[in-house]
Structure formats: structure tokens, C-alpha cells
Design a protein around this ligand. Structure first.
Ligand SMILES: O=C(O)CCC(=O)C(=O)O
Ligand SMILES: [Fe+2]
Length: 286
């Protein structure tokens, strides 16, 4: 009984289009069928794309929150190779580890998104986390415990792109809050690597600008996407037109309470986080 009362209070149930996406009951009827479809899509294709997942009125509120907060965001200049590392000058000349890609994004880390926002409450929904876990067929899945990485809002301004990369986690979950007027397409090479090998020919072609093997989804604002970004090289094409493309990145982990190393967080989030961590160390030794 306690469970169903808790579920009724879950904000996700007010925001998600439950007629189309019955995530509140995944064990019987339409919910069970829907879950099986999502699992099949993840198994066969490595993604599950749910257009119109968030209802129009709720989306307007979420996007309003994001637009209100974004002026306080850091503008990050992200430089890295496709494996999210620094370039390796000892790698062979034509190796992707030697190629550096740069993109610019206005990014809010988890600690910059207040707990009372509807976006954070949606991320903290146990119903939503359970749905994400079951689509991936994980025995357990937790929201990321890291104070910076857990939930992020990323805005790509007109003229910006999100450079080609693999994610450091197996599966990425995104919610598109505001679509670009044109461009800004989430684009990927399906299953371009496994744990053992990488399709270097396909990867090299994409990195040299040949998009013929790349695929894209049509995603409007409100689309909720699960994607095995650790295995498919991906990025977002240049945003065109007058408005930014804004997405929320929801991070999960199979281990509870896992934190990300300071050094990685400083590399991603820059000076602001470096200062926070440094001032904590000073306080601890004072
Ligand atoms: O904004 C998106 O749709 C994808 C972002 C992405 O690839 C990432 O944050 O790792
Ligand atoms: Fe990614």
C-alpha cells in the first residue's frame, strides 16, 4: 500500500504522457507491452527514443526553469578526443586518440539546479528511475550520487555543436527541453565499437566529415532518449537559427553512491568546481 501511495505522489506521473507511455505500471497490460517494446529497441538497436514523452504543459514549465537558470551557467570550452581524453601524441599519426575536437556549451551542473525545480524532482522520481532500469534490464540502477554530474542542463547556442565522442557511461539518458530551429541533430554511428574492437574505418570516415553512415533521430522537444553512448560514436550537429538547443542529461549508475574523481570533474566543469573543491580542502585543514 505504501508503494502505491508513494507512486501517486510522484511528480513524474503528472508530467509524462501516460496514455502513450504507461510507465506507472510496467507489469501488466499496455505497460508491459510498452516495456517489452523499449527493451527490444535497446537490444536490437542500442537506443530507445520516446517522442512527446513529456506533456506539453509540463514541458513548458521545465523549459522555463532551464531558461531561467541558464544565465548562471558556465560557458565551457570542451577540448578532448572522442574517448573523452586528452590527445595522446605517442599514438600513430592517423589515430583518433591524436585528434582533438572542441565544442562550446553553456552547462549547469547538478549543484546549480535547485532541489525544488520540477526538473530535479522529475529526475528524482523513483518511477522514472525504475523505468530506466527496466528498459536496460539492469538488476539494480541508481541515480548518480556525484554532486556535479548527476543531472545537468546543456545548452548549445546557435553556431555550436557537440563534438563527436563516446560517453564514459554505458547508457545515456537525455530529455530534449528546447529544440533548435534547424540543425542540432543528435547524430551517431550505431554500435561503432564493442568492448573488444572498434570499426575504425567507419569512425575515421565520420571524423573526416563523411556523414553517410551516420544516423539521426527526429526528436522534438519533450523527447526522452535512452542511448548506449558508450558504444556508438555520437554528437550533435551545429545548431542553426535563432535559439539554443537545450537538453537535460540524466545520469545513472549500477553502483550506489559512486562519486567521480575531482580531477575529472575539474576537467569537465572548469574553474568554478576547482574553486569549490579547493576551498573545501582549505577548510578541512584549517
Ligand atoms: O544533447 C544530446 O542530445 C546529447 C548529449 C551527449 O551526447 C552527452 O551529454 O554525452
Ligand atoms: Fe554523449
Amino acid at each position: 500500500m505504501a508503494d502505491s501511495k508513494q507512486a501517486r505522489n510522484d511528480i513524474a506521473l503528472d508530467m509524462i504522457d501516460l496514455d502513450r507511455y504507461p510507465i506507472a505500471d510496467l507489469d501488466s497490460g499496455p505497460g508491459a507491452e510498452f516495456l517489452a517494446e523499449c527493451q527490444r529497441s535497446m537490444d536490437d538497436q542500442g537506443w530507445c527514443n520516446l517522442d512527446g514523452f513529456i506533456r506539453a504543459d509540463a514541458l513548458e514549465q521545465l523549459n522555463g526553469e532551464a531558461n531561467d537558470l541558464l544565465p548562471t551557467a558556465e560557458v565551457l570550452h570542451v577540448k578532448r578526443n572522442i574517448y573523452q581524453g586528452a590527445i595522446d601524441p605517442s599514438a600513430p599519426e592517423d589515430d583518433p586518440r591524436r585528434k582533438e575536437f572542441t565544442h562550446i556549451a553553456a552547462q549547469l551542473a547538478d549543484d546549480q539546479i535547485p532541489a525544488e525545480t520540477r526538473l530535479k524532482r522529475l529526475y528524482h522520481s523513483d518511477t522514472l528511475t525504475e523505468f530506466v532500469r527496466r528498459v536496460q534490464r539492469k538488476a539494480q540502477l541508481f541515480r548518480c550520487a556525484d554532486e556535479f554530474q548527476a543531472l545537468n542542463i546543456v545548452a548549445l547556442q546557435p553556431g555550436s555543436w557537440h563534438a563527436w565522442h563516446y560517453d564514459t557511461t554505458e547508457c545515456t539518458v537525455t530529455l530534449l527541453l528546447q529544440a533548435a530551429e534547424a540543425g542540432g541533430e543528435f547524430t551517431f554511428l550505431p554500435n561503432s565499437r564493442t568492448d573488444e574492437a572498434e570499426d575504425r574505418e567507419a569512425v575515421d570516415r565520420l571524423l573526416s566529415g563523411d556523414m553517410r553512415q551516420a544516423r539521426t533521430f527526429s526528436r522534438g522537444a519533450g523527447a526522452f532518449t535512452l542511448f548506449r553512448g558508450g558504444y556508438s560514436l555520437h554528437g550533435v550537429t551545429r545548431v542553426e537559427g535563432g535559439r539554443s538547443r537545450i537538453s537535460a542529461i540524466l545520469t545513472y549508475d549500477e553502483q550506489p553512491g559512486r562519486l567521480i574523481e575531482d580531477e575529472i570533474n575539474i576537467r569537465i566543469y572548469g574553474k568554478r568546481v576547482e574553486n569549490i573543491l579547493a576551498s573545501r580542502k582549505t577548510q578541512a585543514t584549517a
